[in-house]
Design a protein around this ligand. Structure first.
Ligand SMILES: [Ca+2]
Length: 211
């Protein structure tokens, strides 16, 4: 009996840990670019491109002498082509979530010019309309290096859409923003698992004392 309860506890804890991270290809390692080609106009697997004009989705692969990639060896970026201030482009992905569950959205972004603004936001209804409010933002005028971001959202429905957004604030064409290591996870899943295991241990202890 004790063994059965212990196994049940472990299974429950395992399930809780495995439930995190419903997003796919947040690290942009797919599709794999050729080793000899560090650049491609490829849409990352699992993601969809959106824009209010014309844009270039791009994937890049780390090669010696270039800026290190925050997560793995590849990352994605999006480039606006029109010379219009306020124009935007980005990637979105819809994925399953548990209604009422708190999630941590995190990752890295890198505006590639002083007139690029990186934004990350979610649509809690799983819709594909670009959001008007954002969870994280970095104005290119501040920094051109990889910067980590993180924010919390509570799911209200069975699916959620994440938007990785690039906006150009100047009137020069060809501005871009890069993204990598995008994760959506349930915070501290081990806490509940530990709590369950502790409860199971206490039950086990009581059973042992009865013998
Ligand atoms: Ca990556």
């Amino acid at each position: 009996m004790r063994l059965f309860i212990a196994i049940l506890g472990l299974l429950l804890a395992g399930t809780l840990v495995a439930s995190a991270g419903p997003l796919v290809n947040g690290s942009f390692e797919e599709p794999v670019l050729p080793n000899d080609g560090r650049f491609d106009y490829t849409v990352p697997t699992g993601w969809t491109v959106y824009t209010d004009q014309t844009c270039n989705p791009q994937m890049l692969r780390y090669t010696s002498g270039t800026t290190p990639v925050p997560d793995g060896v590849q990352y994605a970026q999006i480039q606006t082509l029109a010379a219009i201030a306020g124009t935007y482009a980005g990637f979105y992905q819809t994925f399953d979530v548990i209604p009422g569950q708190l999630y941590i959205v995190s990752g890295w972004f890198r505006p590639l010019s002083g007139t690029s603004v990186a934004r990350v936001g979610v649509d809690l209804t799983g819709g594909t309309e670009r959001p008007t409010e954002w969870g994280a933002m970095l104005d290119g005028a501040v920094s051109q290096v990889w910067t980590e971001f993180s924010f919390e959202v509570t799911a209200t429905g069975p699916s959620m859409t994440i938007f990785l957004d690039h906006t150009q604030t100047g009137t020069k064409a060809g501005r871009a923003t890069a993204f990598d290591g995008i994760k959506v996870v349930v915070p501290e899943p081990s806490t509940l698992g530990t709590l369950l295991l502790s409860t199971v241990s206490l039950v086990g202890l009581r059973l042992r004392r009865r013998k």
